[in-house]
Ligand binder design. Sequence first.
Ligand SMILES: Nc1ncnc2c1ncn2[C@@H]1O[C@H](COP(=O)(O)OP(=O)(O)OP(=O)(O)O)[C@@H](O)[C@H]1O
Ligand SMILES: [Mg+2]
Length: 115
Amino acid sequence: MSDLVKIEIITRQKKFEELKEALNSIGVAGMTVTQVLGCGLQKGKTEIYRGASYSIDLLPKVKIDMVVPDSSTDEIISITKKVCATGTIGDGKIFVSPVAKVIRIRTGEEGPDAL
Ligand SMILES: Nc1ncnc2c1ncn2[C@@H]1O[C@H](COP(=O)(O)OP(=O)(O)OP(=O)(O)O)[C@@H](O)[C@H]1O
Ligand SMILES: [Mg+2]
């Protein structure tokens, strides 16, 4: 198993600030944040966005990508569930995958030192 993993969190935009602060508080070194459109099982149709029921298939979400040591995975998953779980559909998903290589361009450092 790789020592480094990429954690991709897709969740509600309104949870982003709180989640960012929580991740920062546990020492996450860097993140990439993207505004995305997506759908899950319900194809977006039954979620509410800004008070309106969308009839379209894709809803706005925020995606947070982080590459971290595998040893941080459980804590990040747990904090994300704590902040983002509302119990209603559309809370989002967390994907975890192995990372083959990380290079800090400025110094040439590789692996965990490059995070
Ligand atoms: N299988 C998937 N592959 C890639 N992205 C996904 C997948 N499922 C969900 N997503 C992304 O996660 C976002 C939130 O998904 P969502 O929370 O609706 O998942 P769900 O499986 O339908 O669960 P829920 O029952 O809570 O709605 C989607 O808008 C989409 O961007
Ligand atoms: Mg859904």
